[in-house]
Ligand binder design. Structure first.
Ligand code: MD3
Ligand code: FE
Length: 241
């Protein structure tokens, strides 16, 4: 989390259940003491620029969200998709909802079926949909109804280079992103690729709503550093169609 209350007492090492889904044996989740600490942290809202709102600690049920990711990945496994240029992405991806974002040699697009299985993507859990809608509402975008949730998995070293999200039908609809597990440094650029990006840290439970004029800004993620959890997940909620 972004800020810890200045409390004395026994140290409470965070251990997240992200470990469960990266080829690791089961480990215990957070203990009750840590849970209590987290639930006392204040949420905060920060407008990065008009339309882009950072909601720190907005997702308080990160362990439950990560358990949902495990169920989705059992039906539609994480995979390293291939860019149109022929490179495997360092970020592993899967999707849930009516449409999933994919890339291969033919290009970037949304697909109603998982190309690896030919089957529809797993349904979007109600908890995902509700979280995304509440976050958008809090940021001033009422009625957000995502039809797509891309799930990105970053192990240590994985990164995402500066890009725009331009594969959706209507850029007036915001995007909601939820960070889970390991922290990451987010790159927040401008309307042009050459605009110098600002960097800020995203931690587990942080939610960002990207709408308004900021919707087409360039953005990316610096290489993730190894830490107390196995990986970082990012849920990206979009209205694709
Ligand atoms: C800013 N993912 O999957 S989510 C992506 O942390 C992507 O995995 C990053 O960028 C991640 O496309 C960042 C945050 C995000 C998503 C869409 C945006 C930021 C955005 C669209 C416009 C501006
Ligand atoms: Fe993006």
């Amino acid at each position: 989390m972004s800020s810890w209350p200045a409390l004395g007492g026994p140290s409470t090492k965070l251990r997240f259940s992200t470990d469960l889904f990266v080829d690791a044996p089961a480990k215990p989740g957070r203990d009750g003491v840590t849970m209590d600490l987290l639930s006392t942290l204040p949420a905060s809202n920060e407008t990065l620029e008009p339309g882009a709102v950072l909601l720190r600690c907005f997702a308080r049920n990160d362990a439950a969200l990560i358990a949902d990711i495990g169920r989705i990945a059992a039906a539609a496994p994480f995979r390293h998709m291939i860019t149109p240029g022929g490179f495997a992405m360092s970020v592993a991806m899967t999707n849930c909802g009516q449409f999933g974002w994919i890339t291969d040699r033919k290009g970037y697009r949304y697909s109603a079926v998982d190309p690896d299985s030919g089957k529809p993507w797993p349904a979007m859990p109600d908890a995902f949909r509700d979280l995304a809608a509440r976050a958008a509402d809090t940021a001033g975008f009422a009625g957000f109804a995502p039809d797509s949730c891309l799930i990105n998995r970053y192990v240590a070293g994985a990164r995402m280079s500066l890009h725009q999200d331009k594969d959706e039908a209507d850029f007036a609809v915001p995007i909601v992103s939820v960070s889970l597990g390991l922290p990451a440094t987010f790159l927040w650029g401008g309307a042009k690729r050459n605009d110098k990006p600002r960097r800020f840290r995203l931690e587990t439970g942080d939610v960002v709503v990207w709408g308004g004029p900021a919707r087409l800004n360039f953005h990316g993620v610096d290489p993730v550093t190894a830490g107390d959890e196995a990986c970082r997940y990012n849920l990206t909620f979009r209205k694709a169609a």
